[in-house]
Ligand binder design. Structure first.
Ligand code: E4P
Length: 217
Protein backbone atom coordinates (compact mmCIF):
# COMPACT_ATOMS: atom_id res chain seq x y z
CA UNK A 1 0.00 0.00 0.00
CA UNK A 2 1.39 3.38 -0.99
CA UNK A 3 1.35 6.29 1.47
CA UNK A 4 0.87 9.78 0.07
CA UNK A 5 0.77 12.89 2.23
CA UNK A 6 -2.11 15.26 1.51
CA UNK A 7 -0.61 18.69 2.04
CA UNK A 8 1.32 21.52 0.42
CA UNK A 9 3.20 22.20 3.68
CA UNK A 10 6.90 21.68 2.96
CA UNK A 11 7.89 20.96 6.58
CA UNK A 12 5.31 18.20 6.89
CA UNK A 13 6.31 16.77 3.52
CA UNK A 14 9.98 16.73 4.66
CA UNK A 15 9.05 15.09 7.95
CA UNK A 16 7.08 12.33 6.21
CA UNK A 17 9.88 11.85 3.67
CA UNK A 18 12.44 11.56 6.49
CA UNK A 19 10.33 8.84 8.13
CA UNK A 20 11.12 6.75 5.05
CA UNK A 21 7.59 5.60 4.29
CA UNK A 22 6.42 8.27 1.88
CA UNK A 23 5.48 7.29 -1.68
CA UNK A 24 4.13 10.63 -2.92
CA UNK A 25 2.21 13.82 -2.33
CA UNK A 26 -1.28 15.05 -3.22
CA UNK A 27 -2.23 18.69 -3.30
CA UNK A 28 -5.29 20.64 -4.32
CA UNK A 29 -6.06 24.36 -4.73
CA UNK A 30 -7.41 24.58 -1.16
CA UNK A 31 -4.23 23.04 0.30
CA UNK A 32 -2.10 25.48 -1.73
CA UNK A 33 -4.18 28.44 -0.52
CA UNK A 34 -3.85 27.19 3.08
CA UNK A 35 -0.06 27.54 2.79
CA UNK A 36 -0.44 31.01 1.26
CA UNK A 37 0.71 29.82 -2.19
CA UNK A 38 -1.21 31.91 -4.69
CA UNK A 39 -0.64 32.99 -8.29
CA UNK A 40 0.22 30.56 -11.08
CA UNK A 41 4.00 31.20 -10.98
CA UNK A 42 4.23 30.58 -7.23
CA UNK A 43 2.08 27.47 -7.53
CA UNK A 44 4.29 26.08 -10.31
CA UNK A 45 7.43 26.81 -8.26
CA UNK A 46 5.88 25.10 -5.26
CA UNK A 47 5.21 21.95 -7.31
CA UNK A 48 8.86 21.97 -8.42
CA UNK A 49 10.03 22.29 -4.80
CA UNK A 50 7.79 19.43 -3.71
CA UNK A 51 9.15 17.23 -6.53
CA UNK A 52 12.70 17.97 -5.34
CA UNK A 53 11.79 16.96 -1.78
CA UNK A 54 10.21 13.56 -2.50
CA UNK A 55 10.92 10.59 -4.73
CA UNK A 56 7.37 9.62 -5.70
CA UNK A 57 4.33 10.89 -7.55
CA UNK A 58 3.13 14.46 -6.94
CA UNK A 59 -0.47 15.24 -7.89
CA UNK A 60 -0.92 18.72 -9.37
CA UNK A 61 -4.51 19.80 -9.91
CA UNK A 62 -5.79 21.70 -12.96
CA UNK A 63 -8.23 24.53 -12.37
CA UNK A 64 -9.75 24.63 -15.86
CA UNK A 65 -13.13 23.00 -16.27
CA UNK A 66 -13.10 22.68 -20.07
CA UNK A 67 -11.23 20.03 -22.08
CA UNK A 68 -8.91 22.44 -23.93
CA UNK A 69 -7.98 24.27 -20.75
CA UNK A 70 -7.32 21.04 -18.86
CA UNK A 71 -5.11 19.76 -21.68
CA UNK A 72 -3.16 23.02 -21.83
CA UNK A 73 -2.67 23.17 -18.06
CA UNK A 74 -2.04 19.46 -17.66
CA UNK A 75 0.62 19.38 -20.37
CA UNK A 76 2.42 22.33 -18.76
CA UNK A 77 2.27 20.66 -15.34
CA UNK A 78 3.44 17.28 -16.67
CA UNK A 79 6.40 18.99 -18.38
CA UNK A 80 7.65 20.27 -14.99
CA UNK A 81 8.85 16.90 -13.77
CA UNK A 82 8.19 13.20 -14.56
CA UNK A 83 6.90 12.85 -10.98
CA UNK A 84 3.90 15.06 -11.74
CA UNK A 85 0.48 13.38 -11.91
CA UNK A 86 -2.17 15.54 -13.57
CA UNK A 87 -5.14 15.79 -11.22
CA UNK A 88 -8.46 16.18 -13.03
CA UNK A 89 -11.96 16.69 -11.65
CA UNK A 90 -14.60 14.01 -12.20
CA UNK A 91 -16.67 15.96 -14.72
CA UNK A 92 -17.38 15.20 -18.38
CA UNK A 93 -14.42 17.18 -19.71
CA UNK A 94 -12.23 15.76 -16.96
CA UNK A 95 -12.99 12.23 -18.19
CA UNK A 96 -12.18 13.27 -21.76
CA UNK A 97 -8.93 14.88 -20.61
CA UNK A 98 -8.09 11.75 -18.61
CA UNK A 99 -8.44 9.64 -21.77
CA UNK A 100 -6.29 12.16 -23.67
CA UNK A 101 -3.49 12.09 -21.09
CA UNK A 102 -3.58 8.32 -20.55
CA UNK A 103 -3.26 7.72 -24.31
CA UNK A 104 -0.13 9.92 -24.20
CA UNK A 105 1.35 8.03 -21.24
CA UNK A 106 0.90 10.98 -18.85
CA UNK A 107 -0.12 9.96 -15.32
CA UNK A 108 -3.53 11.11 -14.07
CA UNK A 109 -5.45 11.28 -10.81
CA UNK A 110 -9.22 11.67 -11.16
CA UNK A 111 -10.39 13.56 -8.12
CA UNK A 112 -13.69 14.39 -6.37
CA UNK A 113 -15.01 10.85 -6.82
CA UNK A 114 -18.00 9.95 -4.65
CA UNK A 115 -19.61 6.95 -6.40
CA UNK A 116 -18.76 3.58 -7.93
CA UNK A 117 -20.08 4.78 -11.30
CA UNK A 118 -17.67 7.69 -11.31
CA UNK A 119 -14.81 5.34 -10.41
CA UNK A 120 -15.82 3.03 -13.26
CA UNK A 121 -15.69 5.93 -15.73
CA UNK A 122 -12.26 7.00 -14.46
CA UNK A 123 -10.92 3.46 -14.96
CA UNK A 124 -12.45 3.26 -18.45
CA UNK A 125 -10.67 6.53 -19.28
CA UNK A 126 -7.36 4.95 -18.20
CA UNK A 127 -6.77 6.94 -15.01
CA UNK A 128 -3.58 6.06 -13.15
CA UNK A 129 -5.30 6.87 -9.85
CA UNK A 130 -8.90 7.38 -8.81
CA UNK A 131 -9.53 9.44 -5.67
CA UNK A 132 -12.69 8.53 -3.71
CA UNK A 133 -13.10 11.08 -0.90
CA UNK A 134 -13.98 8.94 2.07
CA UNK A 135 -13.82 11.60 4.80
CA UNK A 136 -16.23 13.89 2.98
CA UNK A 137 -18.71 11.01 2.63
CA UNK A 138 -18.37 10.28 6.35
CA UNK A 139 -19.04 13.98 6.95
CA UNK A 140 -22.53 13.60 5.43
CA UNK A 141 -23.40 10.37 7.27
CA UNK A 142 -22.50 8.12 4.33
CA UNK A 143 -20.08 5.23 4.73
CA UNK A 144 -16.92 6.33 2.93
CA UNK A 145 -15.14 3.02 3.53
CA UNK A 146 -18.00 1.18 1.85
CA UNK A 147 -17.25 3.12 -1.34
CA UNK A 148 -13.60 1.98 -1.21
CA UNK A 149 -14.77 -1.60 -0.82
CA UNK A 150 -17.24 -1.38 -3.72
CA UNK A 151 -14.69 0.18 -6.07
CA UNK A 152 -12.22 -2.58 -5.11
CA UNK A 153 -14.79 -5.22 -6.09
CA UNK A 154 -15.59 -3.59 -9.43
CA UNK A 155 -11.95 -3.02 -10.36
CA UNK A 156 -11.05 -6.61 -9.43
CA UNK A 157 -13.99 -7.94 -11.50
CA UNK A 158 -12.40 -6.54 -14.63
CA UNK A 159 -8.72 -6.32 -13.66
CA UNK A 160 -8.70 -2.54 -14.11
CA UNK A 161 -5.18 -1.22 -13.54
CA UNK A 162 -6.37 2.12 -12.12
CA UNK A 163 -5.11 2.39 -8.54
CA UNK A 164 -7.57 3.25 -5.81
CA UNK A 165 -6.21 6.29 -3.97
CA UNK A 166 -8.29 6.66 -0.82
CA UNK A 167 -8.47 10.44 -0.36
CA UNK A 168 -9.90 12.72 2.28
CA UNK A 169 -8.41 10.35 4.83
CA UNK A 170 -8.74 12.09 8.17
CA UNK A 171 -7.43 9.70 10.81
CA UNK A 172 -5.32 6.66 11.58
CA UNK A 173 -8.19 4.15 11.53
CA UNK A 174 -9.11 5.35 8.05
CA UNK A 175 -5.62 4.22 6.97
CA UNK A 176 -5.89 0.86 8.71
CA UNK A 177 -9.36 0.19 7.29
CA UNK A 178 -8.30 1.24 3.76
CA UNK A 179 -5.42 -1.24 4.04
CA UNK A 180 -7.82 -4.01 5.10
CA UNK A 181 -10.07 -3.24 2.14
CA UNK A 182 -7.21 -3.38 -0.36
CA UNK A 183 -6.96 0.28 -1.27
CA UNK A 184 -3.78 0.64 -3.35
CA UNK A 185 -2.90 4.05 -1.94
CA UNK A 186 -4.07 6.40 0.77
CA UNK A 187 -3.47 10.11 1.07
CA UNK A 188 -3.82 11.77 4.43
CA UNK A 189 -2.31 14.16 6.94
CA UNK A 190 1.01 13.52 8.72
CA UNK A 191 -0.89 13.17 12.04
CA UNK A 192 -2.84 10.17 10.66
CA UNK A 193 0.36 8.49 9.47
CA UNK A 194 2.13 9.12 12.79
CA UNK A 195 -0.89 7.70 14.62
CA UNK A 196 0.12 4.29 13.25
CA UNK A 197 3.17 4.39 15.52
CA UNK A 198 1.22 4.58 18.72
CA UNK A 199 0.64 1.76 21.18
CA UNK A 200 0.83 2.10 24.99
CA UNK A 201 2.36 -1.38 25.32
CA UNK A 202 5.22 -0.30 23.03
CA UNK A 203 5.85 2.72 25.26
CA UNK A 204 5.66 0.83 28.55
CA UNK A 205 7.63 -2.11 27.14
CA UNK A 206 10.44 0.17 25.98
CA UNK A 207 10.50 2.03 29.30
CA UNK A 208 10.88 -1.29 31.14
CA UNK A 209 13.65 -2.52 28.81
CA UNK A 210 15.61 0.70 29.34
CA UNK A 211 15.07 0.57 33.10
CA UNK A 212 16.30 -3.04 33.28
CA UNK A 213 19.31 -2.20 31.10
CA UNK A 214 20.29 0.57 33.51
CA UNK A 215 20.06 -1.83 36.49
CA UNK A 216 22.59 -4.19 34.90
CA UNK A 217 25.05 -1.44 33.84
C1 E4P B 1 -7.42 14.53 -2.29
O1 E4P B 1 -6.57 14.46 -3.14
C2 E4P B 1 -7.79 15.76 -1.59
O2 E4P B 1 -6.70 16.64 -1.67
C3 E4P B 1 -8.05 15.59 -0.15
O3 E4P B 1 -7.80 14.27 0.27
C4 E4P B 1 -9.34 16.17 0.34
O4 E4P B 1 -9.38 15.98 1.73
P1 E4P B 1 -10.40 16.80 2.65
O5 E4P B 1 -11.76 16.25 2.43
O6 E4P B 1 -9.92 16.53 4.04
O7 E4P B 1 -10.30 18.24 2.24
Amino acid sequence: MKFFIDTANLEQIKEAQDLGVLDGVTTNPSLMAKEGITGQDNIINHYKTICDLVDGDVSAEVISTDFEGMVREGEALAALNPQIVVKLPMIKDGVKACKYFSSKGIKTNVTLVFSVGQALLAAKAGATYVSPFLGRLDDISTDGLNLISEIRTVYDNFNFETQILAASVRNTMHIVNCAKLGSDVMTGPLSAIEGLLKHPLTDSGLAKFLEDYKKGN
